[in-house]
Design a protein around this ligand. Structure first.
Ligand code: ADP
Ligand code: MG
Ligand code: ZN
Length: 631
């Protein structure tokens, strides 16, 4: 409690008012109240009444220069007061009538008690009241925050015992967990790293679609490391106290340094981390920009060796200010993607533990039907199923509940997350397999690393990842041609298998065209033009925009040559696909089932004896394959 520091201005204001009220009460109203029933009389009257023996209880208050007394003759005793006159015979007179008299020390309460009653207690009450009000207020605004944080930043401290979330609670996301494991180790033992002179990246940014477990992962890091977890969401910075965003950032970092090693987690960082506009007219969002500037300054200022690790999460990395992503800031990016089939099964397993189920529940069926859903969706599916069971008056969740609730959740989420129909999923599977197959069947081409048909936030419905065996900086003409062929292969597969083409190849087309153009206009890779440049790169940082420097004639010639070049590679890819059609089917079906397959899985199927064809035809095909690759 001793750290309670209510927000300065408003509370001081209340106290001032309270003080004024108390003073007014004490100085003006109190005496008035007392005086109401007191009658002031001349000294002579006092003596008269004394002589008539009407008096009782005479108080001679020389300090206040007054004598007070009551008239016992009246039905209701009346309190009188009169001034003191230098009257040496008074005591004698009083003794004569036999009235009790005294100097009123007893009536005048002790100064300590007076002080206590009129100042300390009322102020105490007001303070308690103010405190209570502030708490109510903050509770309404932020909800359940730690009393220790009052008036400082509203970052809520979660200590490990409170979050209690471990990596085991996060299903799937193995790559993200692996990347975060290093941070956990660093937090366990910052000294070990400092000894060698290694600094861990100050910040890691969790990037991925909503509901994939970014917040959960951040909490799990704190849980695993058993360190304090400061968490604040970007929108809280901006909305809670307008004009205080920047100071809150300062407080947050100050507190974090005191509590190091610890984790500072900024959720939804895009709300404060949006690109700053260099606007004149209309102006940017000053408040937000100040907050962001403060954040950047603090990130540069704090010493990473102390063991403060910054985590942030966003589902819109593309709108973040580039300054945030610079080395020394959030330079480590951890993708948290939508789960694949196995991931979905694992997530369902984690959440199904929370509900009572019938025996014989098949989660794999549920996961299969819920293609394209996020972890949050899956948690929701289980919850919906439990609600459905309750509605139907059952005590346990059964398979029907689960399958029904998929629809409930998916229908509700269809717009938000991309959920492919089975037919679409099959097309995407063939498309990606096409890419991978052509890539693998060419000699000078990077090995296939991973194929997936899980929709990405980028809008891609799937992708084939090729990873070079070793880094190289020169690319041969043959390699570029192979790349173009690989780009076209997705569309080729669609066309060959379904006899229909889709919009899925838009990005491939763009990339193939770019490469082909570059070969002609910048890389001197055509016989017709030779080593002549018709295009210049303007800004290599902004997606390699180019300007044409050739004449109108060369431009149209370049266009025609680009068309021819891509067409040639398309035809070559088609040959490869048609020659390997059985493998394409086999691989595409496998991918369709599993959604993500590794390079090894891919190659082992590709190299295994075909399911239907004989060994001989396979060997023949293999020979044919090497030929086009050498063109
Ligand atoms: P994000 O921050 O990425 O939007 P959250 O971390 O808030 O997503 O996830 C929301 C909820 O979804 C979690 O509380 C959890 O119940 C569930 N969830 C998401 N991903 C997973 C996962 N990989 N494993 C287990 N539960 C998950
Ligand atoms: Mg979140
Ligand atoms: Zn493609």
């Amino acid at each position: 409690m001793k750290e309670v520091q209510p927000p300065k201005r408003p509370i001081m204001f209340y106290y001032a008012i309270a003080l004024a009220v108390i003073m007014l009460f004490n100085l003006v109203i109190m005496p008035g109240l007392v005086n109401q029933s007191v009658k002031e009389v001349p000294y002579s009257d006092f003596l008269d009444m004394l002589d008539r023996q009407q008096l009782s209880q005479v108080y001679i208050d020389s300090a206040q220069n007054q004598i007070s007394f009551t008239d016992k003759a009246l039905p209701e005793p009346q309190l009188y007061v009169t001034g003191i006159v230098d009257d040496p015979g008074l005591v004698e007179r009083l003794n004569k009538v036999g009235v009790t008299y005294t100097s009123p020390i007893i009536k005048q309460a002790s100064p300590l008690l007076t002080l206590l009653l009129s100042w300390v207690i009322p102020i105490g009450i007001f303070m308690l009241l103010g405190n209570f009000l502030t708490k109510q207020m903050t509770k309404k605004m932020g909800g359940g925050m730690n009393a220790m944080q009052l008036g400082k930043s509203n970052a809520r401290i979660y200590i490990q015992s409170e979050t209690g979330i471990k990596f085991a609670d996060v299903a799937g996301q193995d790559e993200a967990k692996e990347a975060l494991q290093e941070i956990v180790e660093f937090l366990h033992n910052p000294g070990k790293y400092a000894e060698i002179g290694a600094t861990l990246p100050k910040g890691a940014l969790l990037v991925g679609p909503p509901g994939t477990g970014k917040t959960l992962l951040a909490k799990a890091v704190a849980g695993e490391a058993e360190v304090p977890f400061f968490s604040i969401s970007g929108s809280e910075f901006v909305e809670m106290f307008v004009g205080m965003g920047a100071s809150k950032v300062r407080d947050l970092f100050k507190q974090a340094e005191e509590k190091a090693p610890c984790i500072v987690f900024i959720d939804e960082i895009d709300t404060i981390g949006k690109k700053r506009e260099s606007t004149g007219l209309g102006g940017g969002n000053d408040e937000r920009e100040q907050t962001l500037n403060q954040l950047l300054a603090e990130m540069d200022g704090f010493d990473g060796k102390k063991g403060v690790v910054l985590l942030a999460a966003t589902n819109r990395p593309e709108i973040l200010d580039p300054a945030l992503l610079r080395p020394g800031r959030f330079d480590r990016r951890i993708p948290v993607e939508l789960p694949d089939l196995q991931g979905r099964i694992d997530i369902l397993k984690v959440h199904i533990k929370k509900v009572k189920t019938d025996p014989g529940i098949n989660l794999s069926t549920v996961a299969r039907a819920a293609a394209g859903t996020s972890g949050a969706d899956l948690a929701n599916i289980i919850n919906e199923a439990a609600l459905r069971a309750v509605r139907e008056g059952r005590k346990r969740v059964n398979q029907v509940d689960l399958e029904e609730s998929i629809e409930v959740v998916l229908a509700g989420y269809q717009k938000k997350s991309q959920v492919l129909s089975d037919k679409e999923k099959l097309i995407v599977a063939y498309h990606e397999t096409g890419h991978a197959l052509v890539a693998a069947k060419q000699k000078e081409s990077a090995p296939v690393h991973k194929i997936t048909i899980i929709p990405r936030t980028s809008g891609a419905l799937g992708y084939t990842m090729q990873v070079e065996e070793d880094e190289h900086f020169l690319t041969s003409k043959e390699e570029i041609e192979n790349k173009i062929a690989t780009y076209t292969a997705g569309r080729v597969a669609e066309d060959v298998v379904f006899g229909a083409i889709t919009t899925g190849a838009a990005n491939d087309i763009e990339r193939a065209t770019q490469l082909a153009r570059a070969m002609i206009t910048r890389l001197g890779m055509t016989d017709e033009f030779g080593m002549v440049s018709f295009e210049q790169e303007v800004n290599p940082y902004l997606g390699g925009q180019t300007v044409s420097t050739g004449s109108a004639e060369t431009s149209s010639r370049v266009d025609q040559m680009t068309i021819d070049l891509v067409k040639k590679q398309y035809d070559r890819a088609e040959t490869i696909i048609r020659d390997n059609l059985p493998k394409l089917h086999e691989l595409a079906k496998f991918l369709y089932e599993k959604e993500t397959i590794s390079g090894e899985e891919f190659m082992s199927i590709l190299n295994s004896p075909p399911a239907l064809l004989t060994q001989e035809t396979e060997a023949q095909e293999g020979e044919e394959q090497s030929a086009p690759a050498q063109v």
